[in-house]
Ligand binder design. Sequence first.
Ligand code: 5GP
Ligand code: ZN
Length: 118
Amino acid sequence: MKDCIFCRIVNKELPTEIVYEDDEILAFVDINGLAPVHILIVPKEHIESINDLDDKIGGKDLAGKLIMIAQKIARDKKIASDGYKLLFRVSKHGQQEVPHIHLHLIGGAQLEENIGVA
Ligand code: 5GP
Ligand code: ZN
């Protein structure tokens, strides 16, 4: 999608530090990391949010794949055993800023509890 920042990253129109890529998925370092490791894992296809996943587009496979790639990156970054957070923000109340599905992988240090009612 032309005006989507993550589609532009997928199409290599914007510079970014890529940590994983296959036919369907790209993972890259968050520009404004909240922790020593902060990676965004995105489908290459433009899908707005978790609300748009269904069986017609293989939603279960895609959701599973995003999580399994997060697990692999956590292992590669050697943060798996200490632990990390995985986060999907969804739409307005979920504070999703970029309307292209992305799974946050956040870790590399002890994290605080910081998700609550605004
Ligand atoms: P959201 O709030 O939608 O869950 O998260 C969007 C994330 O995308 C934020 O953590 C933000 O720092 C990151 N982000 C926004 N624009 C860019 C960009 O141009 N490049 C990269 N690498 N990350 C971005
Ligand atoms: Zn997009």
